[in-house]
Design a binder for this molecule. Structure first.
Ligand SMILES: Nc1nc2c(ncn2[C@@H]2O[C@H](COP(=O)(O)OP(=O)(O)OP(=O)(O)O)[C@@H](O)[C@H]2O)c(=O)[nH]1
Ligand SMILES: [Mg+2]
Length: 225
């Protein structure tokens, strides 16, 4: 991917069929196993006497967890999944198909989801502030982004010309809902976070905190087992 002449190499992993089963235990453990396997690769690499110069770091820096727009609260499987994954990966909850709710329904749904996340103490990625490094602007930006959680998104493969601009949107008899319009959903904010403003922070947390925690657990397991 290229933006402002900067090349960014990005890997996206999809999980087709996730949540389709009555029992999702299999998908949970597959996803967790994949994330941990990448940490194990790093650990093995670190302990080699001669490091492989071609080694590729495949750690997962963020998981976007899509929540169905039910309008109620989190489902048991949402809570279970986020609980299991959040100690190992930066997790950002995202409301899918935000166009299926009115703005007030969406605001209420967001609030309910955050109430659940707080109640169950699920450590999602919440735009942490480093008091020693972050300036006032960063602090303000992070506070604003945190208030958007969970991000609402709209997906579409349709492009329509609106007032001379081509916009990606979903069309309805009553009008169109634009993917890139901040009044319609948080897609463009989310893209900016992932590809620009918080890319480095997601990587650092993965390495300094999540991987470090994994490593400590692995090594003490080995020492005791
Ligand atoms: N209204 C609305 N429909 C959407 C949106 N995004 C996707 N859809 C529709 O929802 C259906 C399922 O979309 P997918 O993206 O295939 O869903 P998925 O969860 O990835 O499904 P699997 O890959 O099969 O697990 C399709 O008919 C899409 O057109 C959206 O933002 N709004
Ligand atoms: Mg899919």
């Amino acid at each position: 991917m290229e933006e402002d002449g900067t090349k960014l190499s990005l890997t996206i992993i999809d999980t087709p069929g996730f949540g389709d089963n009555i029992n999702n235990e299999g998908s949970f453990s597959e996803i967790l196993k994949y994330i941990e396997a990448q940490y194990d690769e790093i650990l093995a690499q670190e302990s080699r006497i001669k490091r492989n110069p071609k080694f590729q770091d495949n750690r997962v820096h963020v998981v976007l967890y899509f929540i169905q727009p039910t309008g109620h609260a989190l489902r048991e499987m949402d809570i279970e999944f986020m609980r299991r994954l959040s100690p190992r990966v930066n997790l950002i909850p995202v409301i899918a198909k935000a166009d299926s709710m009115t703005p007030s329904e969406l605001a209420l749904f967001k609030q309910r989801i955050m109430d659940d996340i707080n109640f169950f103490k699920i450590p999602i990625y919440d735009f942490p502030i480093d008091p020693e490094e972050d300036d006032e602007d960063t602090k303000e930006e992070n506070d604003a982004l945190r208030k958007l959680l969970p991000f609402s998104v709209i997906g579409s493969e349709t492009e329509v010309k609106v007032g001379g601009r081509v916009v990606r949107c979903r069309q309805y008899p009553w009008g169109i809902v634009e993917v890139d319009n901040d009044k319609h959903c948080d897609f463009s904010k989310l893209r900016y976070i992932l590809l620009s403003s918080h890319l480095q922070d997601l990587k650092e947390i993965t390495h300094d905190i999540l991987y470090e925690q994994f490593r400590t657990e692995r090594l003490s397991q080995e020492a005791n087992g």
